[in-house]
Design a protein around this ligand. Sequence first.
Ligand code: ADP
Ligand code: MG
Length: 320
Amino acid sequence: MEFRLIDRIRDRTALAREDVRLGIGDDAAVLAVPPGQQLAVAIDTLVEGVHFPHGTAPRDIGWKALAVNLSDLAAMGAVPAWALLALTLPHGDAAIVDGLAGGFGELAREHAVALVGGDTTRGPFCLSVAVHGFVPPGRAMTRSGARAGDALFVTGSLGSAAGGLQLLQGRVPFDANDEAHRALRERLDRPTPRVRAGVALRGHARACIDVSDGLLADLGHICAASGVGAELDLDALPLSTALPGVFGVDTARELALTGGDDYELCFTVPPASVDAMHTALAAVGAHATRIGVIVEGQGVRAIDGAPLAAMRSGWDHFGA
Ligand code: ADP
Ligand code: MG
């Protein structure tokens, strides 16, 4: 099917890995899992108009389709290795395929991920990426490991992607000459999966999740899976400098709590491991901010008791 398009994809994502015994071109890929490792696998689908707005640059779509999957592996502490790409396009448009594969390949090379196969079909524009990574047996970080007394952290900063979406939707008109505006759009279009941070957190973090649907929603998943509650220090939420600059501190904070598409890691650390965790993150050039504490009970609340439930609007993506 669509051989020339598949060739274009292969050319733009070419990456040699010794463990890929047979890549794109046969009926299935043949892959060698390193001895003593387990496979961590994840898949995510991006649909035009739902997960990225109409008119998004193909390069950014290709990047983001891989980024959201690498983020899932990062949250488990897995080292990514291989990817599959199922691509559905209304027309066999070479320029769009080149852009998609170019953006995908750019991020794939950063993390030495080999695209080993996929599927190409005609239909409404959407793409699914599956990723495979390695994790030593029993070492994957899960959502269910949090315990009362753990300190709560998040990598990077929150809310910028949601700020970028606000600009796109014209609530504050996007100004391409404004550096802060461009920075927020960049976080929406080109999220950074915290792959090295995720691997570094193994053995330090007790529970971990990537923030794709907003901090309140995703921290809520850790709490539910672990049978605990969480208290957030709203003043401690890490915001990019651009976000409060454009929207003001109050809106910035609300975007940090409820906005999605940040792809930062939210994780819990027993108090005795906090120093070692910071050292491990610094060694890979990453950092995390303490934003609260895990407590007995259930649900997410502010340390001063401010009601957060009313803000729990969730992330409705684009026009959903
Ligand atoms: P089959 O009909 O046997 O499933 P296809 O013609 O769909 O094979 O695909 C031929 C080869 O190209 C396979 O190795 C497949 O994995 C690969 N391939 C197809 N589409 C893509 C894609 N979008 N990205 C990467 N590899 C692809
Ligand atoms: Mg076949």
